[in-house]
Design a protein around this ligand. Structure first.
Ligand code: FES
Length: 108
C-alpha cells in the first residue's frame, strides 16, 4: 500500500522531550525535529537559509526557532522565515508518531 509518502524513522519518541528539539539526518538532508509544549511534533530543514548554522543549536521558544548565528527566526510549524536577516523559508516536513517512533515524510 502506498500513499506516495516516504515515512522515515528519524528518532524515538523518548529521545525528544516536550520543548526540545533533535538533530537528525535523512540521506544528505539535515532535519530538525521539534516537540512542542502543546505535544505537537514538527520538522524542518536544520540548516538556516541565511548562512550555515544548525538551528538545533539555537533557541526554541514556543513554536519559533531562533538561529544561533544571527538571531533569524522561523516558525517551526510552517518553516516560514519571520524576521531579518531571513529572506527564504525552510522546507517543512510532515511528522507522524507511530508507537515509539518519530516518522518524518521525506520527499524521495
Ligand atoms: S545563519 Fe541563521 S540568521 Fe544568519
Amino acid at each position: 500500500m502506498t500513499d506516495g509518502a516516504n515515512w522515515v524513522r528519524l528518532a524515538g519518541v523518548k529521545q525528544v522531550g516536550k520543548g526540545e528539539m533533535f538533530a537528525a539526518s535523512a540521506g544528505k538532508r539535515k532535519i530538525a525535529i521539534y516537540h512542542l509544549e502543546d505535544d505537537s511534533w514538527h520538522a524542518t530543514d536544520n540548516v538556516c537559509t541565511h548562512a550555515f548554522a544548525l538551528l538545533t543549536e539555537g533557541f526554541l521558544e514556543g513554536d519559533e526557532i531562533e538561529c544561533p548565528l544571527h538571531a533569524g527566526r522561523f516558525s517551526v510549524r510552517s518553516g516560514k522565515g519571520l524576521c531579518a536577516p531571513i529572506d527564504a523559508d525552510l522546507n517543512s516536513y510532515a511528522v507522524r508518531i507511530d508507537g515509539a517512533d518519530v516518522l518524518v515524510n521525506i520527499p524521495g
